[in-house]
Design a protein around this ligand. Structure first.
Ligand SMILES: [Zn+2]
Length: 174
């Protein structure tokens, strides 16, 4: 049995070191997904059972019918709450030190940031509405970030373990 490390051993070591570095530098971030809107079942019910059918026939409405369907309030749409998910990413806010240098990035108004993320978070980033970076120092003036362009994976050497996403800051409206 050889005492020399194999290529596979070396790759495993590189991966472990990368994971350790990532975990040391990563900061908590929060992904917000857009609310899911579905059609209320009241819109497909037969006419006789339709709670808002009283409106169609005119005349005085019973108080209980004034708001229409109990579930959707007569709108025909059910709007689920926006969901969030906590993740840990490495954050860089200085364009000069970005993981990927982007020409003319300073021309973008309102501030930019880049995050290095584990590849498992890629579908989350592609689906997100916005993110809050570094939630552990979040104060009352929260800045939200929207994704700019496509996330990229420049880390072929680490077998595609990470990707880089670039974000533009937007001031929270609420
Ligand atoms: Zn309804």
């Amino acid at each position: 049995m050889s005492l020399l490390p194999t290529d596979s051993d070396i790759r495993d070591t590189i991966k472990e070191v990368q994971d350790d570095l990532f975990d040391n530098w990563a900061k908590p971030c929060r992904i917000s997904y857009p609310p899911v809107i579905t059609t209320c079942s009241c819109t497909s019910d037969s006419v006789g059972q339709k709670p808002s059918s009283h409106y169609l026939h005119g005349g005085p409405l019973p108080v209980s019918s004034m708001t229409g369907c109990r579930l959707c309030g007569g709108t025909g749409q059910l709007r689920a709450e926006a969901t969030t998910e906590e993740v840990n990413w490495i954050i860089e806010r200085d364009p000069a030190r970005f993981f990927l240098i982007i020409p003319n990035i300073k021309a973008i108004q309102g501030g930019v940031a880049q995050t290095k993320c584990k590849i498992v978070d890629l579908p989350k980033v592609l689906r997100c509405d916005f993110v809050v970076l570094e939630t552990n120092v979040e104060v009352y003036r929260t800045y939200q970030y929207k994704l700019i362009g496509e996330p990229v994976d420049p880390y072929k050497i680490a077998d595609g373990l990470y990707f880089i996403a670039t974000w533009q800051r937007v001031l929270k409206s609420a």
